[in-house]
Design a protein around this ligand. Structure first.
Ligand SMILES: Nc1ncnc2c1ncn2[C@@H]1O[C@H](COP(=O)(O)OP(=O)(O)O)[C@@H](O)[C@H]1O
Ligand SMILES: [Mg+2]
Length: 490
């Protein structure tokens, strides 16, 4: 059959490539992956701010590239994703370097040193758009190169992105202010300490952001004595060995305020439950049960680690950004079973039904009944759940009573005069947006009131709920809707 060779025109392809859905954090993480693939032991990430434009550089002491490798690397789509990867490689599509960089800015300069010799290339999308051809510069503009610095060791690579239109509004009417710029940087920092925690914990790689070392954040709190570690289980899926292990984090009462805050990660406790999927120790996906279960407050202590070898990519449909992932059918049943157990344990601990106090354990912490909370968004004062008398009480009573007591204490805390904030009054008939956590609390409280026969009917129940300081700011219509939807009243 006859064929015609067609060259896609450059301008629209660029536009598509820039919009595959990276955010600044996932983009930088993808560039760091390349440095890790190149066996770097030190990776320096720098963000430089300038009012009209900034510059992002990632400098590593990895293997570097020779002229030919660099030319291939700068090609759009330099690899066949079906090719077998080296055992520990994080890359896959031969797209990351370009797509991740272009999601941040329009100019990508790569300076690399291989066996002592420098090589360089530069993509400038302004130029590509202008000539509508894939013209790659064989040298980096002097003013950029000057700022990129040099590679001290015998090999290594500097990837530099500027003309940061996407990252900071370069070329537009308003660019990012310095504080917002560095707020963005600190979010990236949090992302990196998280996705690379497992790699950083091994101590053979160091990463720095603007000179400050990135400290790994372990979502499983393995160092904490009250963390429960499940057995490691191996699933065999299409010849690949998948390692699965669940962790149940300690009840809040076993954590200090800073520990509690830290363990909540940057999305909060509820959004950090579920599966944590790693490929070659690099976190790819987290924060839900991948459609197997909903997120519940009571399951928030459960975090399940899944380790994939990179050969398993096609089974799990890892995408270019390495954040989209799908559970293969063969894995679903087993994962469902393992997480059902994890969720159950989480629930028991969450509701205080299982006490993980060990006999002979000495008491730690303060004798204060109230402690000042360090959080800005939550209550000012929190009850000290570690109080020895309270702990003893919980030990003595049965499950049902423990649950009631726990709920009561929750309301004591929320209703404490120093915790009450005046909420703006809302018209009665409007149904308000209420967070899931608050909804859950309303349901818990309402169902208890009904169960212990304090409230006899809808009218009484709503009257009680509306006077609760804990539900201040939620109007009657909304409370009614929550209660109805939960099926507590007919
Ligand atoms: N920092 C780096 N050091 C050495 N080689 C690199 C670096 N970054 C990219 N490369 C080379 O460029 C190639 C293309 O990178 P990329 O577009 O991210 O695709 P992938 O990582 O999927 O292979 C890599 O396979 C690697 O050979
Ligand atoms: Mg890559």
């Amino acid at each position: 059959m006859d064929v015609i060779k067609t060259e896609p025109s450059a301008a629209p392809v660029i536009h598509a490539l820039r919009s595959i859905g990276y955010n600044p954090s996932t983009a930088v993480a993808d560039l760091v992956d390349n440095s890790l693939d190149a066996k770097a032991s030190v990776i320096n990430i720098n963000f430089e701010y300038n009012e009209s434009d900034g510059m992002i550089t990632i400098t590593d002491n990895g293997t570097g590239m020779n002229e030919e490798m660099l030319q291939t690397a700068m090609n759009i789509g330099s690899k066949d994703p079906r090719a077998k990867r080296g055992a520990n490689e994080l890359g896959r599509f031969g797209m990351g370097l370009k797509t991740a960089s272009f999601s941040l800015g329009k100019r990508l300069s790569v300076l690399t040193k291989f066996e002592g010799v420098y090589h360089e290339r530069c993509w400038d999308l302004d130029h590509v758009s202008e000539c509508n051809e894939w013209q790659l510069f064989t040298s980096i503009p002097e003013e950029v190169k000057e700022k990129m610095g040099t590679i001290e060791e015998n090999s290594g690579t500097i990837v530099c992105i500027d003309k940061l239109d996407r990252f900071m509004g370069y070329g537009g009417r308003r660019t990012l202010k310095e504080t917002s710029f560095f707020n963005k940087v600190s979010r990236i920092n949090k992302h990196l300490e998280f996705v690379f925690h497992s790699i950083l914990e091994k101590n053979d790689v160091q990463m720095f952001i603007n000179g400050k070392e990135i400290i790994p954040w372990d979502p499983f709190m393995r160092y904490h004595e009250h963390t429960i570690e499940g057995e490691i289980q191996i699933l065999r899926i299409n010849e690949n060995r998948i390692k699965v292990q669940y962790f149940i984090l300690p009840h809040a009462s076993h954590l200090t305020e800073p520990e509690y805050k830290k363990a909540g990660g940057y999305k909060g406790w509820r959004d950090h439950q579920g599966f944590y999927i790693y490929r070659e120790n690099r976190l790819l996906h987290y924060g839900d049960w991948m459609g197997l279960f909903p997120k519940d407050a009571s399951a928030q202590l459960a975090r399940v680690r899944i380790d994939l070898p990179n050969a398993a990519d096609s089974d799990w449909q890892v995408d270019i950004k390495k954040s989209g992932i799908n559970l293969p059918e063969e894995a679903k049943r087993r994962l469902e079973a393992i997480s059902a157990i994890a969720r159950k344990v989480s629930k028991e601990i969450f509701y205080f039904r299982t006490q993980s106090t060990k006999t002979g354990q000495t008491f730690k912490g303060s004798l204060n009944t109230w402690e000042q909370s360090g959080r800005e968004d939550g209550p000012q004062f929190i009850l000290n759940r570690n109080h020895p008398i309270l702990a003893e009480l919980f030990n003595k009573v049965d499950d049902e009573t423990a649950k009631l007591l726990n709920l009561y204490l929750k309301f004591v805390q929320l209703g404490s005069p120093s915790n009450i904030i005046d909420s703006p009054k809302v018209p009665e008939e409007i149904i308000q947006e209420v967070s899931d956590a608050q909804k859950e609390l309303v349901i818990q409280f309402a169902s208890t009131l009904l169960k212990i026969n304090v409230a006899g009917d809808e009218e009484q129940l709503l009257n009680m709920l509306i006077t609760q300081p804990a539900f201040d700011g939620i109007n009657r219509a909304t409370l009614k809707k929550i209660v109805m939807e939960a099926g507590l009243l007919d």
